[in-house]
Ligand binder design. Structure first.
Ligand code: F6P
Length: 553
């Protein structure tokens, strides 16, 4: 529990504000580069991926910072108790105090088997035993030893889950498609909209389909309903309840509900309550990933995250890459009034990465109450959004270049493509855009340049670019399992850093509860006959109109 109430009360906060007044208001990024040829070197950091020796370069130099800014921000982090909170997390302390839980996803990828405990009890053995189970099972499914009820090899995997029980597996299987078993069809059904399940089933044959019911709680309405529909579809053909054992497995913490659903304990892959939903792709929830890319690759994925964990845990804050990322986010949010954070991977396989980060960031830091229970006196969680480039350039980058909003942006590129087609021409074009966007956002185009290009006077203001828009460029070698693991862990610890400075609990998600309970109540009302009058006139009016249109009045 932090000893301070509000970020603004930190001893170093006034220093940061003063620094902002001196530097922030007059900042001209391109002049920084003109004045200091060493700026790129000074303000970049390199992450060494100990799994394969590759490096990821994080270029922070096109941000509104100097070396002094980093020093002051680091002081803010120290005053806010970031190091203690981080160490408490790695020590298995219950830092998610509103749910009285440890925050221990780092223990799931502890591939170096360091001692890790919760409540004085080692968790290493249990984590490894689940991993062994995942290895055995994924090997069996991949090599055809695991057979459906009529003896067929499994060809289709349908993961049923939502939120963290969906976004991680979807994003990672997409991002690591080059490592996937292309003979296997994957579906991820999350939405309660019947269309999602219906479309997956249309494509599938019960005899060779395996359902992974992924739910930490096993009580999430969407997942339980979807899983029951899947079971009905399956039973229509299989008839015999015994066949379920070959086709349904559960990834969950809730043995009781799993058993009630009809899945044998033997077919359950467990994890502990200290794994938050949005941090669960590293747990049994990642089983679809392990099946698709194979356990060796899944292990590398964990190992890459572990390498970033060790960097976060052991590196001084000035050099600590996710800490710098998180501090910059606080700097933009609370000194420059930025409301958003754009993440654009220049990588088609990573097309679901921004969607994954949305849950990580916004479910973690979309909070307005400090750890002491007060309303915050500053803004917290940014609105994270993104799309892969270059597609995004041809849709919303206009607003980045010439709009009125400050949008701190991360660009991600891997130097080596998985598909260097046409003699790598595509990759070079992709990379050129990665460099050009960050450069254009920074340098802009002034009136003289526009005029020199022959623009008529009335068009000059329209063709001008103010520039001076901050970006962080992240350049990896190749998107391998371990690199992806490290990148995800980078954003996890980035989010952790933000939450520590804002003095909020980044690990609960009470904000999703109200809508859930109201939906339950309304669902019961939809089955009642007659006019609904129990809500405000808008809500009741909409309910009545729906019932009429859907023919259930
Ligand atoms: O409602 C939000 C949430 O609790 C997320 O945090 C979680 O990832 C998702 O629902 C799914 O939860 P479960 O895995 O328990 O079904």
């Amino acid at each position: 529990m932090a000893e301070f109430a509000q970020m603004l009360d930190l001893p170093s906060w006034s220093k940061l504000q003063k620094h902002h007044e001196e530097l922030g208001v007059n900042i001209v990024l391109k002049e920084f580069f003109q004045k200091d040829p060493e700026r790129f070197r000074k303000l970049s950091r390199t992450f060494k991926n100990t799994v394969d020796g590759s490096e990821i370069l994080f270029d922070f130099s096109k941000n509104f910072i100097t070396e002094e800014t980093i020093q002051i921000l680091v002081q803010v982090a120290k005053d806010a108790g970031l190091e203690k909170l981080r160490d408490d997390m790695f020590a298995g302390e219950k830092i998610n105090f509103t749910e009285k839980r440890a925050v221990y996803h780092v223990a799931l990828r502890n591939v170096s088997n360091q001692p890790m405990q919760v409540d004085g009890k080692s968790v290493v053995e249990e984590v490894n035993s689940v991993l062994d189970h995942m290895k055995d099972f994924s090997d069996q499914v991949r090599d055809g030893q695991w057979k459906g009820y009529t003896g067929k090899k499994i060809k289709t995997i349908i993961n049923i889950g939502i939120g963290g029980s969906d976004l991680g597996p979807v994003m990672v299987t997409e991002a690591l498609k080059p490592y996937g078993d292309r003979d296997m069809k994957l579906h991820f059904v999350s939405n309660i909209d019947g269309t999602h399940m219906a479309e997956a089933l249309k494509d599938s044959d019960p005899e060779d389909t395996l359902f992974l019911v992924a739910s930490k709680t096993f009580t999430t309405a969407e997942t339980v309903t979807n899983a029951n529909s899947a079971k009905h579809w399956f039973m229509e053909k299989a008839k015999d309840e015994k066949a379920i054992a070959k086709h349904f497995v559960a990834l969950s913490t809730n043995v009781e509900e799993v058993t009630k659903f009809g899945i044998d304990k033997e077919n359950m892959f467990g994890f502990e309550s200290w794994v938050g939903g949005r941090y669960s792709v590293w747990s049994a929830i990642g089983l679809s990933v392990a099946i698709y890319i194979g356990f060796k690759n899944f292990h590398d994925f964990l190992a890459g995250a572990h390498a970033m964990d060790m960097h976060f845990k052991n590196t001084p804050l000035e050099q600590n890459i996710p800490v710098i990322g998180g501090l910059l986010s606080v700097w933009y949010s609370d000194c420059f009034g930025a409301q958003t954070h754009l993440v654009s991977p220049f990588d088609q396989y990573m097309h679901r990465f921004p969607a994954y980060l949305q849950q990580l960031s916004m479910e973690s830091n979309g909070k307005a109450i400090t750890r002491s229970g007060d309303y915050v006196k500053y803004t917290t969680g940014a609105i994270l959004f993104g799309e892969p480039a270059t597609n995004a350039q041809h849709s919303f980058y206009q607003l980045l270049h010439q709009g009125t909003k400050l949008i701190p942006t991360d660009f991600i590129l891997a130097a080596e493509s998985h598909n260097p087609i046409e003699n790598n021409v595509h990759q070079k074009m992709l990379a050129s855009n990665f460099f050009a966007q960050a450069e254009a956002l920074m340098v802009g185009k002034d009136e003289n340049q526009v005029k020199a290009e022959g623009a008529p006077d009335d068009l000059v203001p329209h063709k001008k670019f103010l520039g001076n828009r901050p970006t962080t460029s992240i350049l990896a070698q190749k998107i391998t399992p371990s690199t992806l693991g490290a990148l995800i862990a980078y954003y996890e610890h980035f989010t952790f850093t933000e939450g520590a400075i804002w003095n909020i609990n980044s690990f609960d998600q009470w904000g999703v509860e109200l809508g859930k309970s109201l939906a339950k109540k309304i669902q019961a009302e939809l089955d009642q006959s007659g006019e609904n009058t129990t809500h405000d006139s808008s809500t009741s009016g909409l309910i009545n109109e729906f019932k009429k249109k859907a023919g259930i009045a």
